[in-house]
Design a protein around this ligand. Structure first.
Ligand code: ADP
Ligand code: MG
Length: 475
């Protein structure tokens, strides 16, 4: 599959850890010694150009030099932890930042792949791949693209940005599409003119000479309603005139409507592909292979706890696995225990709290205040991880099935929905809700499992400000 460089930054689920990861990797690259003899006379070299052996301090010769000293770890007042190759291999093995590109690395998605091939390659439908952040949409789309290539299609992959209009969504594909000579000439002319739906549809239908699939990732970021409506029109036109080009839209959403406002006549021609929770045994297989790559063994109860906490999300499985593996490594062991997992989950939660302060503070407050509906609130997290979306009705039904208790669930579900509301966004239609931070449900459950704190959570900045305003105009 060909990836189109649209010049947009890839917005992967990332954070401190991934930043650290890339930092360590860059350090490790510097270790290769490639830059050992590189000397830039006017300026001392930057830290990343300084060769540093993993696990060792700078050699005495480096430190004794009277030449201007490069900014290096040796020059720091307090030495930081030596860089360990073992940790580097843990970051690599459990990497949460890179989508899977090899089908052998894709856990638990065989039926999704089969369905996509059948719908897009065989039945020539367009498709919408949707799910939460970190559920594996990009990974699925990329591996599907490779399968489509093997089936004789040309799969092109691009990624959208928030300010994209119709032109910028599709123009990058033009130069890569397999076109007749006349088509290439036409495409060249289009380079100097705005690209509209009719022109693009005509070009795709008349001049593309091989089955092609345009995969447009991060489509949820597109803000312009006009662009989205143009895309829907393009899909309809391509369908009506039996185009050799199919479009696959990929993005965060709870359903097809969350990604594209499709007219009923178009709906029949779009294959919806939810990227759902991965079954636990498959997630365990994924964790075992990550651990094997990091030369670690997993105790069965540690594996069970990791896969359980991830609740079907490959991103969380890798993140939790990585944190637990770092605890194992810090203890100088190569077998991960349940206690390592407990500590790893706690540090994953700490990192998330740092990055998602407002949501964390809200969950803390909600779990503290909601004495009777704590279970229902935790169930909302579980439901969101399994179904992407929650609603009052869904919680009542699940409450009856999972918690028992009968009619009290109506009141508990209403209370849970009301308390969680600031962290939720309504889906089109207004009945279903997703957590705005779609990575949050797993952390909500981790928090709900913690013992209830003895003291109430500290006031949020908003609460502090409200206290300061006390006495103003009746407040
Ligand atoms: N089926 C899978 N098997 C193994 N790892 C996966 C799978 N799906 C996703 N991952 C991993 O989970 C993380 C998030 O995947 P990604 O495809 O970027 O998710 P999304 O596009 O939905 O945000 C990446 O580290 C990726 O390697
Ligand atoms: Mg993605």
């Amino acid at each position: 599959m060909t990836a189109i460089d649209q010049g947009f930054a890839q917005d992967r689920p990332s954070g401190m850890l991934d930043w650290l990861l890339s930092f360590r990797r860059t350090m490790a690259r510097a270790d290769n010694g490639v830059s050992a003899s590189r000397a830039i006379p006017a300026q001392p070299p930057l830290l990343l150009d300084t060769p540093v052996q993993p696990g060792f301090r700078p050699t005495p010769q480096q430190v004794q030099d009277n030449d201007p000293r490069p900014l290096s770890m040796g020059a720091m007042a307090a030495p930081i932890k030596p860089i360990s190759l073992r940790r580097d291999s843990i970051y690599n093995a459990f990497n949460t930042a890179m989508p899977v590109s090899d089908r052998h690395g894709l856990a638990g998605r065989n039926s999704e792949l089969e369905r996509l091939v059948e719908a897009i390659v065989v039945q020539r439908k367009h498709a919408v791949i949707f799910g939460t952040r970190g559920s594996g949409k990009t990974s699925l789309a990329r591996v599907f693209g490779d399968l489509a290539d093997e089936a004789g299609c040309i799969a092109l992959y691009g990624s959208a940005s928030g300010d994209a209009d119709f032109d910028s969504l599709f123009r990058p594909f033009l130069t890569e599409l397999p076109m007749s000579a006349a088509g290439q000439e036409r495409a060249r002319k289009l380079m100097n003119e705005p690209l509209d739906v009719t022109r693009l549809a005509a070009l795709l239908v008349e001049d593309v000479k091989q089955r092609s699939i345009l995969i447009l990732d991060e489509y949820d970021r597109v803000k312009s309603d006009e662009a989205k409506s143009d895309v829907a029109t393009l899909l309809k036109l391509l369908t009506d005139i039996h185009s050799p080009v199919q479009v696959v839209l990929v993005g965060i959403a709870g359903d097809v409507d969350g990604l594209i406002a499709a007219h009923p006549s178009l709906r029949r021609h779009i294959a919806p592909q939810r990227v759902a929770a991965i079954p636990k045994p498959e997630l365990e297989r994924l964790l075992l292979s990550c651990a094997a790559n990091a030369a670690l063994h997993l105790d069965p109860d540690a594996l069970d706890a990791l896969a359980g906490a991830a609740m079907g999300s490959p991103y969380h499985a890798r993140l939790f696995g990585m944190q637990a593996a770092l605890i194992t490594e810090a203890g100088g062991r190569d077998r991960m225990t349940l206690s390592d997992v407990d500590h790893g989950l706690a540090s994953a939660l700490e990192d998330w709290a740092e990055m998602s302060g407002a949501t964390h503070a809200l969950f803390r407050r909600v779990l503290w205040d909601a004495t009777t509906s704590r279970r229902m609130i935790a169930l909302a997290g579980v439901a969101a991880s399994q179904m992407s979306t929650i609603s009052f009705d869904r919680l009542v039904r699940l409450g009856d099935e999972v918690l028992g208790g009968g009619s009290v669930n109506q009141q508990l579900a209403a209370d849970a929905m009301r308390r969680l509301e600031p962290a939720l966004t309504a889906m089109p239609g207004g009945e279903l809700f997703m957590f705005e931070d779609t990575l949050a449900p797993q952390f909500l459950l981790l928090m709900a499992k913690q013992p209830v704190a003895a003291a109430p959570p500290p006031p949020t900045p908003a609460e502090e400000m409200r206290a300061m305003l006390k006495g103003v105009d009746g407040l």
